[in-house]
Design a protein around this ligand. Sequence first.
Ligand SMILES: Cc1cc2nc3c(=O)[nH]c(=O)nc-3n(C[C@H](O)[C@H](O)[C@H](O)COP(=O)(O)OP(=O)(O)OC[C@H]3O[C@@H](n4cnc5c(N)ncnc54)[C@H](O)[C@@H]3O)c2cc1C
Length: 299
Amino acid sequence: MTDMTDILILGGGPAGLTAALYAARAGKSVIVCEKEGFGGQITQAHQVDNLPGLPGISGLELGDKLCSQAMDAGVQTAFCEVVGIHHHIDGTFYVETDDGPMNARTVIFAGGAKPRMLGVAREEDLIGSGISYCALCDGAFFQNQDVAVIGGGNTAFSDALVLAGICRSVTIVHRRDSFRAEEAVVQAVKNTPNIKLMTPYTVSELVGEEQVEGIVLNDGTTVPVQAVFVALGRVPDCSLIETLVDLDEAGYVIASESCMTKTPGLFVAGDCRQKTIRQLTTAMADGTVAAMAACEFLK
Ligand SMILES: Cc1cc2nc3c(=O)[nH]c(=O)nc-3n(C[C@H](O)[C@H](O)[C@H](O)COP(=O)(O)OP(=O)(O)OC[C@H]3O[C@@H](n4cnc5c(N)ncnc54)[C@H](O)[C@@H]3O)c2cc1C
């Protein structure tokens, strides 16, 4: 496929598919390249309860709806991995994929970010069955139950405080005796009666076949819990465009309010962009802004 596309979107998650919908409805030719599965990370969510207007929708159904709505609007989808993005001297982009090259006038990079995994056996199998990377999203499913949070940074401690208001008990497991979390948050955690700190420990095993029933720590102690919230940070992979954009210390793309990067015609949207809240609503908002900015750029 070597024709010139108006807007090529890397990533078929909520940001990329929202951008695609807006761009196609604005009359542009749009291709979305997705390497794993259209819908992005939300397809791992058992149920989504904080997307306004669609309470209780499953992550899979949401992913399907986002994709089919974009396709109905005229978006072309390509199930392929983007492996290279080059900016020509004439301002266009040459995009290499594992299914051949593509040319585009503009590119929206919406490759997302992945939570850093705990790294224990069967972790992936139990995602949605007690393993979660988002306390804000999934905490409410474990009302009055016992849960664990793994990590020692601000996210882990804030997650523990959120969960302490919902769950019967929260056990924070951290591999060191000191914490990266701010002192005020650490104190708030220490003052919360249903939060217990276990340090310095690591998780060596998950208990439970179909559903998490507990964790085994490195000293052999079993802690019975119904959910494990992994809060070890997130990892964006923006290496494909690292020479075309500015990245912050954590590897997220720095972009303007219009989601434009320092390379004219290259936009960024969703979880891979530097920002404070990474949720569906913010990914979709970025997709909208990036698509409209790309349309404006094409003028
Ligand atoms: C289990 C779970 C539950 C969640 N629950 C909620 C919730 O209830 N509410 C909420 O608001 N948020 C929730 N989130 C967060 C939400 O899913 C993300 O904020 C959102 O998906 C970000 O969208 P995105 O499009 O930026 O990135 P992603 O969804 O990560 O999509 C990026 C896509 O890009 C693709 N990609 C990456 N690199 C390439 C490449 N080189 N070539 C081709 N394709 C590529 C990836 O395969 C992926 O599909 C949850 C996340 C998880 C993991």
